[in-house]
Design a protein around this ligand. Structure first.
Ligand SMILES: Cc1cc2nc3c(=O)[nH]c(=O)nc-3n(C[C@H](O)[C@H](O)[C@H](O)COP(=O)(O)O)c2cc1C
Length: 311
């Protein structure tokens, strides 16, 4: 098995590269029993252009039909990446988009497989699992307002159309320079950046590792799928039991049933878990439905508990 990480950053040992390496470590961890090779391809090591619009890849009967006809540093790379068992792309955000280098690479990798038929079907030779790691200065809460989410989701959609829908993670508010005092960087607070890096970056590394772990979780049959679900259910039930302990505790501190119902707190939790779901590639509507049901049950339990205490 061969898994590639495509580094769209010119820097080989900074945020994007570090997260890609963690994701590859996660891949290796998840398929310990199988032979697996991983490789990071640093795009800035190669001289190449984007698509030149020659359309040789779409010419009926042509010898380059379905492949990029340009012959340069990445021709062989495009070939091998197309045969990969998994691909993890990584890019810093440059001027609100992925880097030009990665954009050019994707033009060459994806466009030949995009058929100009009515459905824009894919003729990619392999539908391998994919993932995308984006890093940027912009804090998480500003991403949507800046329009980044819609731009990046379009890239994810395209990748999904050609290969498979990518697992996605964002690493925000990244530490950009080794020493902020040496650069003109008035719009950032070095202290806040350093604090964020100290606390958040290790969490992002863990998230990248987990993304790698999930990426190759291709079960061989339904039994294996169910074994995985059963194992996760064990963990979920234990966590819900722990949560219920605290809900009972809360009853001791509340004056009346209105305080037990705490509708504003419920909405805050819903808002938080929807955000978390989005961060974890889960449809927020699913988590909202699950949480509303769970919290209703817990509120009823807490009301009972509260009335027992206050008899
Ligand atoms: C040319 C350039 C343009 C950038 N544009 C943006 C931007 O539009 N939005 C943003 O949030 N960060 C922007 N950044 C910051 C990088 O996305 C961020 O520092 C990223 O984590 C760097 O990744 P690296 O450490 O892997 O190189 C830019 C950085 C550079 C060098």
């Amino acid at each position: 098995m061969k898994i590639y990480a495509i580094n769209g950053s010119p820097r080989k040992n900074k945020n994007t590269a570090a997260l890609l390496q963690k994701a590859l470590d996660g891949v290796k961890e998840s398929v310990k029993d199988k032979e697996i090779e991983t490789e990071i391809i640093n795009l800035y090591d190669f001289k190449y252009t984007g698509c030149k619009s020659c359309f040789a890849c779409k010419r009926l009967g042509g010898k380059s039909y379905g492949k990029c006809a340009i012959n340069d540093d990445i021709s062989a790379i495009l070939e091998k990446v197309s045969q990969a068992d998994g691909i993890i792309f990584g890019s810093p955000i440059y001027l609100s988009n992925i880097t030009g280098q990665l954009q050019s690479f994707l033009e060459r990798l994806l466009f030949p497989y995009l058929l100009y038929d009515k459905n824009y079907s894919s003729i990619a030779p392999k539908k391998m699992p994919t993932a995308f790691i984006y890093t940027m200065n912009t804090p998480k809460e500003k991403m949507d307002k800046m329009g980044y989410l819609s731009i990046l989701k379009r890239i994810d959609g395209l990748l999904g159309n050609i290969f498979t829908k990518p697992l996605v993670m964002y690493s925000n508010d990244t530490y950009q320079f080794d020493d902020y005092s040496k650069y003109e960087a008035e719009c950032f607070s070095e202290k806040e950046k350093a604090d964020h890096r100290k606390i958040q970056f290790p969490l992002d590394c863990q998230k990248a590792f987990e993304l790698g772990e999930i990426l190759m979780n291709n079960c061989k049959d339904l039994n294996e799928v169910r074994e995985n679900i059963d194992e996760i259910d064990d963990q979920i039930v234990k966590l819900i039991a722990k949560r219920s302990y605290y809900v009972r505790e809360a009853a001791n501190f509340k004056k009346d049933s209105e305080e037990v119902k705490a509708p504003k707190r419920v909405e805050k939790i819903i808002e938080k878990v929807r955000r978390l779901a989005d961060d974890n590639n889960l449809n927020p509507n699913i988590i909202e439905a699950v949480y509303r049901n769970m919290m209703n049950c817990f509120i009823n339990m807490e009301l009972e508990e509260h009335s027992k205490i206050n008899k």
